[in-house]
Design a protein around this ligand. Structure first.
Ligand code: S3P
Length: 166
């Protein structure tokens, strides 16, 4: 089975997925990295030049590809759950774990990072709350949820390992 990490930006997916892949001795697969490779430009450039809808199309194609892999750890982008078929494909061969965090924690973790076009706005705090609310029901489709707000990376990794070994 694959381990698929979903969740909002800044909840720790990338760092946890990398740690998990080492602990489990499985390949680390980043959906965002594959999109960037395929398009030959960073995510904010894709959004800027072609718009979000185009990004979601590419995201969907890459999701279909990586869903076919086996025994890997997948670090899925925060918006992958917006498409029902993406969720279905990723769950087909994987246990889906959603990482969450309180909005103020997400803000602190993302405020110096300009690589996320959706949070590159005048009022990121409000944007984070809005998007979290909009996506709440989508993230709840995951098999398990872990609130990372007050946990270390190691603690989150431990919890995921406990989940997948039960
Ligand atoms: C997005 C999250 C980002 C990236 C893109 C859109 C989203 O991934 O895919 O900026 O819609 O939440 P991370 O969650 O890895 O930052």
């Amino acid at each position: 089975m694959n381990v698929v990490l979903v969740g909002f930006m800044g909840t720790g997916k990338t760092v946890v997925a990398k740690g998990l892949s080492e602990r489990l001795d499985r390949s680390y697969i980043s959906l965002d990295e594959r999109i960037v490779e395929r398009e030959g430009k960073p995510i904010n450039k894709i959004f800027e030049e072609s718009g979000e809808a185009y990004f979601r199309d590419v995201e969907k194609k890459v999701t279909q590809d990586i869903s076919k892999l086996e025994d890997v750890v997948i670090d899925a982008g925060g918006g992958v759950v917006k498409d029902e078929e993406n969720v279905k494909s990723l769950k087909h061969k994987g246990i889906m774990v959603c990482l969450t965090a309180r909005p103020e924690v997400i803000y602190e973790r993302t405020k110096h990072d300009e690589s996320r076009p959706l949070l590159n706005v005048n009022d990121p705090k409000t944007k984070i709350k809005e998007l979290l609310e909009k996506r709440e029901s989508l993230y709840s489709k995951a098999d398990y949820t872990i609130d990372t707000s007050d946990l270390t990376i190691e603690e989150v990794i431990e919890r995921v390992i406990n989940i997948i070994s039960t």
